[in-house]
Ligand binder design. Structure first.
Ligand code: GLC
Ligand code: GLC
Length: 631
C-alpha cells in the first residue's frame, strides 16, 4: 500500500520532531497492517477509502496529542502491567450526583487520595438530552461536556490534576448507540441518506420482525423488542431506551467517525475508556445479535487505532453476559480490562445462601485471565445485578439455574421469608421470567432492614474484590454505607427505572460520621480503610494469580494468592465466612500451611496448627509459607 503510506507521510507537520514522528511510524509499521486486516475481514475489500481517511486521522491525532500524554505513553510502554499493582483501587461516581460538577470532583481529590484511589471512573458527562438521557448513557455529542457539569477544557485539566495525584481517569465510550438528539440522528431522522446509514432504520416491520425472532429484550419496560417507531412511521433499532439509537457498524463510515471521537477523548487525557454495551455492537439476522465474532473484530480494530495514536489508552469491557462470552473480550489486543459480573453476582449469591460453592467454583475455573489483562472486580455498579452465572456450572453443583435465579430475585426484593435485603426489581419480565435487582450495597446487605449482620456483610463483600486480584472498584458512597434512595419515584423521567434507587446523591450526613466507628458509616469506613491499607502493603495481592483453597466448610470461602514477600516466596491465604454463625476450619484442613502465619489484619504471628474459627462474616488474610519444608 505505497500510496496510502505516502498519504500518511504527507500528514506529517513541519513542527513534528523526527523522534516523535519516528515513534508514530514505528507503531504504524506494526499496527496498520493489523488494522487493515481487521478492516478487510469486517468490511471486505471495498472499504479502502475509509481506511485511508482513518490512517491520516490517526497521524493527525498523534500530532495533536499533548506532550504530557506522550510522556505517559512512553512510561507505560515500559511498565505495561502498571494496572496490576496491589495499590490500584478504583472509585466510580456520577459527576452531578456525587460532586455537583467537575469543579466538585476536583475538590474531592484530597478525599480520593485519603481513600487510596488510583482510578476514578466518572460516569457519562457528555452532552445528552435534558430529561431522558439514561443517566448520560444517551450521548448527543462526544466532544462536548454537559454544560451543567463543566467544559471539555475543564475535563482535560481535571485529568491532568488527577494524574498528578496518581489517579487515572476513566470515562465511558458509549459507542453502541447515540442519543436521538445527536446530530447524526437528527439528520437520519430528517431523511439524509448519508446519516440514515449511520443507524439501522427500516421502512416497515418486515426486517424488525425478522430480527426480533431471535433477539432478546433488554429494556422491555420501555419498549417491547429492539425497535422503536419514528414519527414518520419508520423503525429504528434501539436496544436500550427508545431514545438510544444503535449505530450501524456495517457502515465503515460509522467506525471511522467513532474512532475519531475515541481519539478526541483520548487526547483529553483519559487513561481508560469503558467500552459500553460491547456485546451489542454487531447485528446479524437469525442470531441473538450479541457477542458476534464481528463485535470482537470491531473492538480489535478500535484497539489498533488507539495503539497508533494514543498508545497508552486502555479499554475496559462492559459485557454483562454469560461468563464464557465475558471472557472472550479479554485480551491485550482487545480489552485489557473487564468488569467481572460473575464474581459480583456470586458474592451476592453467597451472601443470600450462606454457601460458597458457586463462588469457589468460579474462582477455580473462571478467574484466570490472559497475561497483560485484569479484572475490574466490584460489589455493585450503577446498574442492576443480573444473575449471569452459567447454568452448566450450577448444574454440576446440583443447582437449577432457572429456579435458583427465581430464589435470588425473591430474596433480594424481600419476598423471601427472613431476607435481610431491600432491593427493587428491575425489568421484571413475567413473560420470560427474567428479572434483575437494583439497590445500594448497604440496602442489599441488610443495613436498611436493620439486620445485625449488615456491616459485616458489606466488609466481607468488599474484602473479596480487594483480595482476588485485578482492580477493585468501589461505588463511591458505599464506603459509608449509603442506603437506597426512593426519591426517584417522584421524578417522572426516572420512576420507571429502578436502577435510580441505587444512585443516591452525595451523602453528606454519612460522610460526616466516617471518622466515628461507633456509627454505621464509621464502622464501614474504618473497616474498609483497614482492608485497603493491608492490601496495599501486601505485594502478593498484585496481579491476578489465584489458587483455590478448599475449606471443607460450605460457608467459608478460601483462596490463596501466591507471590513474593521480602525476597521470599510467600502465599496469602484468605478465608471469608459467609454465614451468620461462627464457623470452624479444622486443623486437618490447614495442615498444608506452616503453623506460624502472620495475620495481616493484626500483624500478629498466629498458629494455624489447631485450626481456626471465624466469627460471622469474619475475613482473615494470613501470610503463610506452604508446608513443603520451606518454613
Ligand atoms: C450500559 C450502562 C447502562 C446503560 C446501558 C445503555 O450497560 O451501564 O447504565 O443503560 O449501557 O447505554
Ligand atoms: C447492559 C445494561 C444492563 C443489562 C445488560 C443486559 O449492561 O446496562 O442493565 O442488564 O445490558 O445485557
Amino acid at each position: 500500500m505505497p500510496s496510502l503510506h505516502a498519504e500518511v507521510l504527507a500528514a506529517r507537520r513541519r513542527s513534528t520532531t523526527d523522534a516523535d514522528w519516528a515513534s508514530f511510524e514505528a507503531r504504524f509499521e506494526v499496527e496498520f497492517p493489523r488494522l487493515k486486516d481487521l478492516f478487510s475481514r469486517i468490511y471486505g475489500e471495498g472499504s479502502g477509502d475509509q481506511l485511508a481517511l482513518l490512517a491520516v486521522e490517526a497521524a493527525n491525532s498523534w500530532q495533536d496529542r499533548p506532550a504530557h500524554l506522550k510522556a505517559i505513553d512512553a512510561a507505560r510502554a515500559q511498565t505495561p502491567d502498571w494496572f496490576s499493582s496491589n495499590r490500584m483501587l478504583g472509585g466510580v461516581c456520577y459527576v452531578d450526583l456525587y460532586a455537583g460538577n467537575l469543579a466538585g470532583v476536583r475538590a474531592g481529590i484530597p478525599y480520593f487520595r485519603e481513600l487510596g484511589l488510583t482510578y476514578l471512573h466518572l460516569m457519562p458527562l457528555f452532552l445528552a438530552p435534558e430529561e431522558n438521557s439514561d443517566g448520560g448513557y444517551a450521548v448527543s455529542s462526544y466532544r462536548e461536556v454537559d454544560p451543567a457539569l463543566g467544559t471539555m477544557e475543564e475535563l482535560a485539566s481535571l485529568a491532568a490534576e488527577l494524574g498528578d495525584n496518581g489517579i487515572s481517569l476513566v470515562v465511558d465510550f458509549i459507542f453502541n448507540h447515540t442519543s436521538n438528539e445527536h446530530e447524526w440522528a437528527r439528520r437520519a431522522a430528517a431523511g439524509d441518506p448519508e446519516y440514515e446509514d449511520f443507524y439501522l432504520i427500516f421502512r416497515d416491520r418486515h426486517m424488525p420482525d425478522a430480527y426480533e425472532r431471535t433477539v432478546r429484550e433488554i429494556f422491555p419496560d420501555d419498549h417491547p423488542g429492539s425497535f422503536v417507531q419514528l414519527d414518520d412511521g419508520r423503525w429504528v433499532w434501539a436496544t436500550f431506551y427508545s431514545f438510544q439509537w444503535d449505530l450501524n457498524y456495517r457502515n465503515p463510515a460509522v467506525f471511522r467517525a467513532m474512532a475519531g471521537e475515541m481519539l478526541f477523548l483520548a487526547n483529553q487525557g483519559i487513561d481508560v475508556i469503558r467500552m459500553d454495551a460491547v456485546a451489542f455492537i454487531w447485528k446479524q439476522l437469525g442470531t441473538a445479535c450479541e457477542s458476534l465474532p464481528e463485535a470482537h473484530l470491531l473492538l480489535q480494530a478500535f484497539n489498533a487505532v488507539c495503539r497508533l495514536a494514543a498508545p497508552s489508552l486502555l479499554f475496559k469491557s462492559e459485557a454483562i453476559v454469560h461468563p464464557d462470552e465475558v471472557a472472550e473480550y479479554i485480551n491485550p489486543g482487545e480489552c485489557q480490562l473487564s468488569y467481572n459480573p460473575l464474581q459480583m453476582a456470586l458474592i451476592w449469591n453467597s451472601l443470600a445462601t450462606r454457601d460458597v460453592s458457586l463462588l469457589d467454583q468460579a474462582l477455580e475455573r473462571r478467574h484466570a485471565t490472559p497475561p497483560g489483562t485484569a479484572w475490574v472486580n466490584y460489589v455493585r455498579s450503577h446498574d442492576d445485578i443480573g444473575w449471569t452465572f452459567s447454568d452448566e456450572d450450577a448444574a454440576e453443583l446440583g443447582i437449577s439455574g432457572f429456579d435458583h435465579r427465581r430464589f435470588l430475585n425473591s430474596f433480594y426484593v424481600n419476598r423471601f421469608p427472613g431476607s435481610f435485603a431491600r432491593g427493587v426489581p428491575f425489568q421484571d419480565n413475567p413473560r420470560t421470567g427474567d428479572c434483575r435487582i437494583s439497590g445500594t450495597t448497604a440496602s442489599l446487605a441488610g443495613l436498611e432492614a436493620g439486620d445485625p449482620g449488615a456491616v459485616g456483610r458489606i466488609l466481607l463483600a468488599h474484602s473479596i474484590i480487594l483480595s482476588t486480584g485485578g482492580i477493585p472498584l468501589i461505588y463511591l458512597g458505599d464506603e459509608v454505607g449509603q442506603l437506597n434512595d426512593y426519591s426517584y419515584l417522584a421524578d417522572p423521567a426516572k420512576a420507571a427505572d429502578s436502577r435510580w434507587v441505587g444512585r443516591p446523591p452525595y451523602q453528606g450526613g454519612r460522610y460526616s460520621q466516617m471518622e466515628d466507628p461507633s456509627t454505621e458509616a464509621g464502622a464501614i469506613f474504618s473497616g474498609l480503610r483497614r482492608l485497603i491499607e493491608v492490601r496495599s502493603a501486601t505485594p502478593e495481592f498484585a496481579g491476578g494469580h489465584l489458587l483455590p483453597f478448599f475449606t471443607n466448610n460450605p460457608h467459608v470461602l478460601g483462596y490463596q494468592r501466591p507471590g513474593v514477600f521480602d525476597g521470599e516466596e510467600s502465599i496469602i491465604l484468605a478465608l471469608a465466612n459467609f454465614a451468620d454463625t461462627r464457623q470452624d476450619i479444622t486443623a486437618g484442613t490447614l495442615s498444608g500451611m506452616a503453623p506460624d502465619a502472620v495475620d495481616l489484619m493484626t500483624g500478629a504471628i498466629v498458629s494455624l496448627a489447631a485450626g481456626r474459627s471465624l466469627d460471622p462474616h469474619e475475613v482473615v488474610w494470613f501470610r503463610c509459607r506452604t508446608g513443603g519444608g520451606r518454613s
